[in-house]
Design a protein around this ligand. Structure first.
Ligand SMILES: [Zn+2]
Length: 457
């Protein structure tokens, strides 16, 4: 941002089309931080009532004065439209005036405001803020306040501010529309959703206000597939603690490449996973859990969760993929035919009648839809930014590999295909291939046998 050391007076003159009156927009900038722009008639106050050839008397439109507390701000009067209502049935229209002023509209704090004053209070002010990088409307407000806020997140914004004097009883009605390009350049910082996490939960790490020449860095040993995903000036990454993530304290370093890194300690707390005693039908086990089924699973299923779309496909909240009763919790530690194993159940088992509908928990791309010996009819959805959902044992599938599916869209029918002893959905959610308790995304806490009735019906 450049400091202006001398007074600068720029006058943009626009001509009122019918009345032939000159209007001026003046910018007065000084080094004491004030930038004042005024839009006012060039006529002196006693001349602010003017006439046209028919000797109809028009009152001058109101004037608006902008002020900012940062240097070098400039905006443009895009249009004005005035209708003079003098009771004679006639009106006077002025429109199409445009002026513009070049400036480096960069500000470095978000506690700034844009304020106005007027000689006649407008009936309303409508301001819309567009993100110029994504070309989307991010804020639209109507106000009668004489100040409007600066956006609190870094961005390249365009403010479109319309002042309306539109009450019917006025002698004139009309509007001014101004545009104000504004680059909000804020200090970058990191945020951790939590510093202590139970097995089955995850930590969200966000770096805000990251400029194009900055590279965010996170060094940690909790999760080897950790990755930060860029979205505008924000980076997001997820650090899941799985059932195999050891409890204890982990040192983490974070910051920006080429700068000194900061340190933080993360704690992984144990989760008291339930124990499941499973008595397996030997014939079924032999048919579905063998070298061939493992090789097939490793070949087709495993790689689908090694890479993910850079942008999030998912939005809003997540929906239940099926209703029913919870037969196995996330992480349950299995005793098979009386013997302990290191196996943990990778998701939720939701039991219901055969051919019950199964829905996509959120928007995403189907990256696998096929029959596998071990998991039966199987679907994997990539929700982007490392988040996946997995659906096993379906009687039949609807969604095909490559399909984009919407949140809540039916993707298949419940069944008992593969290594399964009754009609149910096995539902897994994961960041890449580290499985988490889906409850954290669906309802904000683990879904257990104690609360399943509340959540799964
Ligand atoms: Zn299961």
């Amino acid at each position: 941002m450049k400091k202006t050391l001398t007074y600068l007076l720029i006058t943009v003159v626009a001509m009122a089309l019918i009345a032939g009156v000159y209007w001026s927009v003046s910018f007065l900038i000084n080094q004491d931080s004030e930038v004042i722009q005024s839009s006012q008639p060039s006529a002196s106050p006693e001349e602010s009532v003017f006439s046209n050839e028919d000797n109809t008397v028009y009152q001058a439109p109101p004037k608006v004065i902008f002020s900012f507390s940062w240097d070098d701000a400039a905006f443009s009067l895009q249009s004005e439209n005035w209708y003079q209502n003098l009771g004679s049935g006639g009106y006077h229209q002025v429109s199409g005036i445009e002026s513009s002023q070049e400036a480096d509209n960069t500000i470095l704090t978000s506690d700034e405001t844009i304020s106005f004053s007027y000689d006649t209070e407008p009936d309303s002010i409508i301001y819309e803020v567009f993100d110029q990088n994504t070309d989307t409307l991010v804020l639209s407000e109507e106000t009668t306040d004489s100040t409007i806020p600066v956006m609190s997140e870094q961005g390249d914004y365009l403010y479109v501010i319309t002042f309306l004097w539109n009450d019917d009883h006025r002698l004139y009605t009309g509007e001014y529309r101004y545009t104000l390009p504004l680059f909000v350049d804020l200090p970058a910082y990191f945020e951790f959703s939590k510093l202590s996490v139970k097995q089955g939960d995850f930590i969200k790490i966000t770096a805000y206000n990251v400029n194009d020449d900055q590279v965010p860095v996170v060094n940690q040993s909790v999760f080897n597939r950790f990755k930060l995903f860029k979205s505008g000036y924000t980076y997001e990454g997820f650090l899941p603690a799985g059932y195999y993530t050891g409890k204890g304290t982990y040192e983490l370093e974070y910051g920006f490449l080429g700068e000194p890194l900061l340190k933080e300690s993360l704690t992984v707390l144990p989760y008291d996973f339930k124990i499941q005693y499973l008595w397996i039908n030997e014939t079924l086990a032999a048919a579905t859990k063998n070298d061939e089924s493992s090789a097939e699973y490793n070949k087709y299923f495993s790689p689908t969760r090694w890479q993910s779309n850079e942008q999030a496909y998912y939005t809003e909240s997540f929906v239940l993929p099926a209703t029913g009763h919870l037969s196995t919790e996330f992480g349950e530690n299995r005793y098979t035919n009386g013997l302990p194993t290191s196996y943990h159940h990778s998701g939720l088992d939701i039991g219901n009648e055969i051919d019950s509908p199964i829905y996509a928990t959120n928007r995403g791309k189907v990256v696998l839809s096929m029959y596998l010996i071990m998991t039966g009819n199987t679907i994997v959805i990539d929700h982007g930014q490392g988040l996946f959902s997995v659906y096993f044992h379906m009687n039949s599938t609807i969604a095909k590999e490559g399909d984009m599916v919407e949140r809540g869209e039916q993707i298949g029918y419940m069944g008992t295909t593969g290594f399964s002893t009754g009609s149910h959905l096995h539902f897994t959610m994961s960041f890449f291939d580290t499985n988490i308790d889906p409850g954290y995304l669906l309802v904000g806490e683990p879904i257990t046998k104690e609360n399943a009735e509340e959540y799964l019906n």
